[in-house]
Design a protein around this ligand. Structure first.
Ligand SMILES: *Cc1c(COP(=O)(O)O)cnc(C)c1O
Length: 407
């Protein structure tokens, strides 16, 4: 991550509000995942975390595959240069037109989330004289204690509930237009505890082996929704990947033994791109209101819904942020509030945040903003200009949203 003065220069150059993605950092995160497990896992990038063209392109040749969640994301991945075979397509509500797109584009695997979907896909593939490779997404009943943000055990729209797994697989394997090649599970995310992450994968492993046994297939691919979190807030710390690897060792050994043909895949978005991105916003004006200094910024929840605490969080907590215009710690820290420009009281980016100063014109960098930022925010609400997105790759700076044909 660049230092404060660089970020202020960037803000002057590209304007605000703007997301900056330091893609070399993202590539290093992919490499860190591969190295931590000594190559046991391939890495699949979850496009929904950040679908910007420049990001998808920057990860080519680094992440092994991409996981998409819509027909639109299929097209984005293809446009960025990902070959059809490297794409897996997840999502509980794929439309017929999206399944048809997947089949006609020749994408690698459709991750089937229900028997109904499998029937529809089989029919479509059959019509096209194709046998579509699929993975079956399994919805576990439980997550380990301390896992964090989960969707297990509750009624969920995603995947085939493990309680009905065998019956569903029985029907699925008889469908002519599809070929079952493996399994998929993703039951939660944003876990910072190494033991819980590995324990969650061990639950997946049990389900995968159970599913393989019931169908008699030797899985060729097993996708683990990684669940690995990142430290958004000041009191949080990085996941210790070495500790995850240590805790996952027995599980990986068992899979090598019992599913020797399987390529194991870690599917993650936020771990790769989250900390590689920052949102730059400028303070438009300040207001001293009833004892609190408020900075009114040009980015609000319309640019960064998650930083306003409104993207699936239980409560709003300040993201890590800094005033990149203020000289480091020359003045006494004060507690301030940062608001966005919107006419709604929920448009708050920080409360009781500590800055050395806060003046109109200052540039605030909200860190950990590379995932679930621009594309996950209601940019049309109140018709402000859409936040811009930029790639920084070495000495190059370019618009993340505009395809570049020359590289
Ligand atoms: C959202 C999603 C991911 C990525 O989750 P992160 O928290 O960004 O790592 C992976 N797999 C599936 C199926 C998803 O829906």
């Amino acid at each position: 991550m660049s230092g404060g003065r660089d970020l202020e220069r960037l803000a002057d150059m590209v304007g605000t509000p703007s997301y900056i993605y330091f893609v070399e950092d993202a590539r290093q995160r992919v490499a860190a995942l591969k190295n931590a497990f000594e190559g046991a896992f391939e890495v699949s990038y979850a496009v929904k975390s950040n679908p910007a063209h420049g990001v998808l392109r920057a990860l080519l040749g680094h992440a092994d595959t991409v996981d998409v969640s819509s027909g639109g994301e299929v097209l984005r991945a293809l446009e960025a240069g990902w070959s059809p075979k490297t794409i897996s397509f997840t999502g509980p509500g794929k439309r017929e037109s999206e399944l048809r797109l997947a089949v006609t584009k020749g994408i690698g695997e459709v991750v089937v989330e229900s028997v109904d979907e499998a029937r529809l896909l089989s029919r479509i593939a059959d019509e096209h004289g194709h046998r579509q490779q699929i993975l079956v997404r399994i919805a576990p009943t439980r997550v380990p204690p301390g896992f964090g943000d989960t969707m297990s055990g509750k009624p969920v729209a995603f995947g085939i509930d493990e309680e009905v797994l065998e019956a569903a697989l029985d029907e699925l394997v008889s469908l002519p237009g599809i070929e079952l090649v493996g399994f998929h599970a993703y039951s939660g995310t944003q876990c910072l505890r190494s033991d819980a992450i590995a324990a969650n994968w061990a639950i997946f492993k049990e389900l995968f082996l159970r599913a393989a046994a019931s169908t008699g297939i030797a899985p060729r691919k097993l996708i683990f929704g990684s669940g690995i979190g990142i430290p958004y807030h000041a009191e949080q710390t990085q996941v210790d990947l070495a500790a995850v690897a240590e805790a996952a060792r027995p599980m990986l050994a068992e899979l090598r033994d019992k599913a020797p043909d399987a390529t194991l895949v870690l599917e993650t978005g936020r771990y790769v791109i989250g900390e590689a991105g920052v949102l730059l916003t400028r303070v438009l004006r300040t207001k001293d209101s009833r004892g609190t200094r408020i900075g009114i910024c040009d980015a609000g929840l319309n640019s960064h819904l998650a930083a306003a605490g409104l993207f699936g969080m239980l409560m709003r907590r300040n993201y890590r942020m800094q005033n990149v215009s203020a000289p480091a710690a020359t003045e006494p820290a004060g507690l301030v509030q940062l608001s966005g420009p919107l006419c709604t009281s929920i448009d708050v980016l920080a409360r009781n945040a500590s800055f050395s100063r806060l003046e109109a014109g200052d540039v605030i960098a909200i860190e950990c903003s590379g995932a679930y930022g621009a594309s996950a925010s209601p940019s049309e609400f109140i018709s402000h200009p859409r936040v811009t997105e930029w790639i920084v790759d070495g000495a190059e700076i370019y618009d993340a949203r505009i395809p570049r044909r020359d590289t």
